[in-house]
Design a protein around this ligand. Sequence first.
Ligand code: FAD
Ligand code: FES
Length: 274
Amino acid sequence: MILAVPAAWGPPLPGQFISLAISPRHTGGPEGSLLRRPFSVAGYSKAGGRARLSLLYAPVGRVTHRMVLLEPGTSLDALGPLGRPFPLEFQEPAALVAGGRGVAPMLFLARELTRTGRRCKVFYGAKTAYQLLPPERFHPAPVSLATDDGTRGRKGPVGELLDEESARERPGAVFACGPEPMLAALARWALARGIDCHVSVEAVFGCGLGLCGGCAIPAAGERRGFVWACREGPVMDAREVDWDAWDRMHARDLDRREGGGGSPSGRAGKREAR
Ligand SMILES: Cc1cc2nc3c(=O)[nH]c(=O)nc-3n(C[C@H](O)[C@H](O)[C@H](O)COP(=O)(O)OP(=O)(O)OC[C@H]3O[C@@H](n4cnc5c(N)ncnc54)[C@H](O)[C@@H]3O)c2cc1C
Ligand code: FES
């Protein structure tokens, strides 16, 4: 989706998101959503005083299904650009890891890094080939692909692809966006090797304003407690997150959504949620 945005918004930074509300006025019926939904900025351009943002989304629920039906020229209620972006000071080369819908901010980040002459390589994974965007979308950044079922690229998790390729060239920094199990595996991999790692965390946003606690992520270290992804993220230093606690939260959440009884087996990784 391409959105013409007010020039006064200023340019977004990679990792930032916009918050969209789809009201009954947009759907021509009673459906709509009181709560806003966050969408990462996937691209930005400005020409002749006109600024445009691109978004990439998958129709998963009420708002995104309505978005598919919007007519060109519809004006929307949008706030942005919001949130903490990826840091642009880092040791090169950067490994950009995208999983599933998490590809949106990584497209924007790859474009910005290559535009400013920074060295980076993209590692892009999905469950199956048809869920992948054409890798040319990252041009001129080099891309390696992985799919869970092996229908394109290396078979298996995208983190394993990074591990394999890093034997040839060790990344100076890892930037990632994707489902929680993927982020947790990458964070552990990078932190164990002393590599800087920043992730755009997945959380279900309610208010989007730091008020409801719906986007709570367990915090690591002395801080303990929780960080609010909407206010303090979505991009976090991997060291700020308590990954074991978040794994447990994610598994419980998954169980609840799938109608399970909260088994302790931990089923993280079955559903890709972003
Ligand atoms: C910072 C941020 C950036 C995002 N950027 C994008 C993007 O660029 N493109 C994109 O397609 N989506 C993105 N998302 C996810 C998107 O905001 C949600 O999927 C949103 O809820 C969709 O609204 P909906 O009304 O269509 O679906 P809903 O009715 O809200 O949800 C449909 C189903 O998906 C589940 N669900 C929704 N979001 C999540 C989630 N994050 N984790 C686990 N389960 C979830 C719900 O529980 C429900 O079962 C982003 C989320 C965050 C936090
Ligand atoms: S979404 Fe309400 S506190 Fe973050």
